[in-house]
Design a binder for this molecule. Structure first.
Ligand SMILES: C[S@@+](CC[C@H](N)C(=O)[O-])C[C@H]1O[C@@H](n2cnc3c(N)ncnc32)[C@H](O)[C@@H]1O
Length: 262
């Protein structure tokens, strides 16, 4: 194991051992729910539209999934099965306590010890930039995905490069904030899959949940706050293609199953 991976593991074991209160992932307040679900809703909606399918047709693996917040969102969307993996055993224990619908597996995202094409969909949100080799993390996701990959990570744009955080520090352990864009995502996918027929889509999004949460609360939170925040994101979306701070990469393998379904 690379020492960077070991340090991340130690740090996150420590972080996850210090709290067992992850209830915010299950918050039912409309504003909080909207903010937590938003990026995954966009990615999944897009994937279902492209593949003309429903979540119930897919088994999903989440990597770098922590205590399973994203797993719960996917289970709520109706995916057939959801497996959450993370390098931290404490995170996975937390995940098992939080949501009994989720299957779990402790795994290093740079070296997933499962066969090729084990899951239909493999998803990551805010995880690859914790790896010493983020590109390896993405190619591992592609390897174990039978049908599709969704990656939601920071975007490499001029503003983010100038103003964004370069190094993230979790309890003294530092990781580089690796940022993606359309070209990088496409090149990584193509170098790995070569000429296998596939579809690659990259959407540039905004993610300013901390600020939006404050804005929503100024307007009373709950349903009213949610409507205000939806409006703010709709306005920001007009510029997302040029300035958005998040890359949502979609890779769809053009498998016979996919063709059969259409
Ligand atoms: C910022 S947290 C995000 C967790 C989750 N996606 C969320 O939003 O709650 C990053 C996660 O990556 C995990 N992680 C770091 N290095 C990893 C590795 N090499 N393999 C798998 N997981 C890793 C950490 O344990 C942590 O749970």
């Amino acid at each position: 194991m690379n020492t960077g991976v070991e340090k991340q593991k130690e740090t996150f074991e420590d972080i996850y051992s210090k709290s067992n209160n992850w209830s915010y992932w299950d918050d039912t307040d409309p504003l909080t729910r909207y903010l937590l679900d938003r990026r995954l809703q966009i990615g999944v909606k897009h994937l279902m539209k492209i593949t003309n399918s429903l979540p119930q047709d897919w088994d999903v693996l989440v990597i770098c999934g922590g205590v399973g917040g994203e797993g719960t969102i996917l289970a709520n969307m109706g995916f057939r099965s959801v497996t959450v993996s993370d390098i931290s055993e404490n995170a996975i224990q937390g995940c098992e306590l939080r949501d009994s619908r989720l299957q779990t597996k402790v795994m290093n995202a740079e070296n997933l010890d499962i066969p090729d094409e084990s899951y239909d969909l493999v998803l990551v949100q805010d995880g690859l930039h914790h790896l010493p080799r983020p590109v390896l993390g993405l190619t591992e996701m592609i390897r174990v995905a039978g049908r599709a990959v969704i990656m939601i990570e920071p975007h490499a744009g001029i503003v983010a490069n100038l103003l964004g955080m370069e190094w993230e520090d979790h309890g003294g352990v530092v990781n580089y904030v690796f940022r993606w864009n359309k070209l990088m995502f496409e090149q990584t996918v193509k170098s790995y899959v070569l000429q296998v027929p596939c579809q690659i889509e990259v959407i540039r999004l905004w993610n300013h949940n901390l600020v939006m949460d404050k804005v929503g609360k100024i307007f009373g939170g709950a349903q009213r706050g949610k409507v205000v925040v939806q409006l703010c994101y709709s306005l920001l979306d007009l510029f997302a293609g040029w300035l958005g701070n998040t890359t949502l990469g979609l890779f769809i393998k053009n498998s016979p199953l996919e063709n059969h379904k259409q």
